[in-house]
Write a protein that binds this ligand. Structure first.
Ligand SMILES: NC(=O)c1ccc[n+]([C@@H]2O[C@H](COP(=O)([O-])OP(=O)(O)OC[C@H]3O[C@@H](n4cnc5c(N)ncnc54)[C@H](O)[C@@H]3O)[C@@H](O)[C@H]2O)c1
Length: 339
């Protein structure tokens, strides 16, 4: 029998990179039951879930239920019945490949905007939903401006259809919060890294290339001498931030802010590192020489050199990342060596 504290959490995109780390973290740190809902597209891998649950005992493994559904379609009564009672929804499913969004923008509106609206409609039909958390990105604010760190309620400036579709879905969430008084939160997260990330992303790609003594391409803006950089967060730190936010008893709005009624939280990584520095750190861990070329990308519309958000608000509430970038990176390199 489930006790009241055995919450049931629906996680969309559960077989994706970040969400499967969140499932692991929740299994480890709560007694909650988890329902993963995913359509298993080319970016997902159901084996990720099997890998993270295999070392838990049988009772813990039974706390995860896996369902297949494509959010471009509504959640009908059969799926609803399979999901069962839900206390919390973490909406992490999305098409997230920027280059693909530039080629196929409609796909991104369908998955990210329509998909979110279908999920909100489902959420609206539930009794006593405690929280709906929409997992958005720092990319909604567009490229960084020197000296500016975007705050939670700043303007959007999507530089590609991916970020625009995430911003559009945020606004639908705000509208559902205002119109239907639903308990919705939104997070903006910086670049995430960790074990079992798709190999097209910079960190896993660099690890694989350095392992094989291949040359790494690093993008540079030759006019400014700027190399593409990111603030990175380990996926388990992201999971930690999500649990922290879900457990907040009170959410005071930031001071002097013209915030909307739907609380938003920036989840900021502490360290900004450029891609050359990352490649060098990986080479050091592997004990290999770094072979690289600096290339000015001639035609990469929609690819920003960096993003910047302020994590002051979440810090003021008491959360900060726990995993140092270099330690997390060494752990990920080790995982690649072992797998
Ligand atoms: N990776 C990052 O650095 C980063 C940073 C900030 C925010 N985000 C956001 O985090 C979330 C997860 O990102 P990720 O990097 O883990 O992506 P991912 O591509 O690894 O996972 C996304 C998952 O969503 C599923 N999905 C996509 N469209 C769906 C649909 N229509 N119906 C059902 N399932 C669908 C996919 O099958 C996949 O398993 C996304 O919402 C993304 O916008 C990612």
């Amino acid at each position: 029998m489930e006790t009241k504290s055995n919450k049931r959490v629906l996680i969309t995109g559960g077989a994706g990179f970040i969400a499967h780390h969140v499932i692991y973290y929740l299994l480890k740190n709560t007694n909650w039951n988890i329902i993963s809902l995913d359509r298993l597209d080319t970016s997902s891998d159901i084996n990720r879930i099997h890998e993270i649950i295999k070392d838990f005992d049988k009772d813990t493994q039974k706390r995860v239920k896996i369902l297949f559904h494509d959010l471009r379609a509504e959640i009908n009564s059969q799926i609803k019945e399979k999901i069962g009672h839900v206390d919390i929804i973490l909406h992490m499913a999305a098409s997230s490949h920027v280059t693909r969004s530039i080629k196929y923008p409609i796909e991104f509106v369908e998955n990210n905007v329509m998909g979110t609206t279908h999920l909100l409609e489902y959420a609206r039909s539930l009794n006593n939903l405690e929280r709906f958390l929409y997992f958005s990105t720092d990319e909604v604010f567009g490229p960084s401006i020197p000296g500016v760190k975007f705050k939670e309620y700043d303007r959007y400036n999507g530089a590609n259809p991916y970020s625009a579709s995430k911003a559009a879905a945020e606004e639908i969430c705000v509208a559902y919060s205002n119109t239907y008084k639903m308990p919705i939160y939104i997070t903006h997260t910086m670049n995430v890294f960790g074990e079992r990330q798709a190999n097209e992303k910079f960190i896993p790609m660099a690890i694989e290339k350095i392992k094989k003594d291949e040359i790494i391409t690093v993008h540079i803006n030759k006019k400014t001498n700027q190399i593409g950089s990111r603030h990175y967060l380990h996926a388990l730190d992201v999971a930690d931030a999500i649990l922290f936010i879900l457990n907040l008893k009170k959410v005071p709005f930031p001071l002097n802010h013209t915030a909307c009624n739907c609380p938003k939280f920036n989840i900021e990584g502490t360290l900004e590192v450029n891609n050359l520095e990352i490649a060098q750190m990986i080479a050091n861990v592997l004990g290999k020489p770094l072979k690289y070329e600096l290339i000015e990308p001639l035609d990469r519309p929609g690819h920003d050199f960096n993003y910047s958000i302020s994590g002051d608000y979440l810090r003021s509430l008491g959360w900060k990342p726990k995993i140092e970038f270099k330690d997390g990176l060494a752990q990920v390199v080790k995982w690649h060596m072992d797998n």
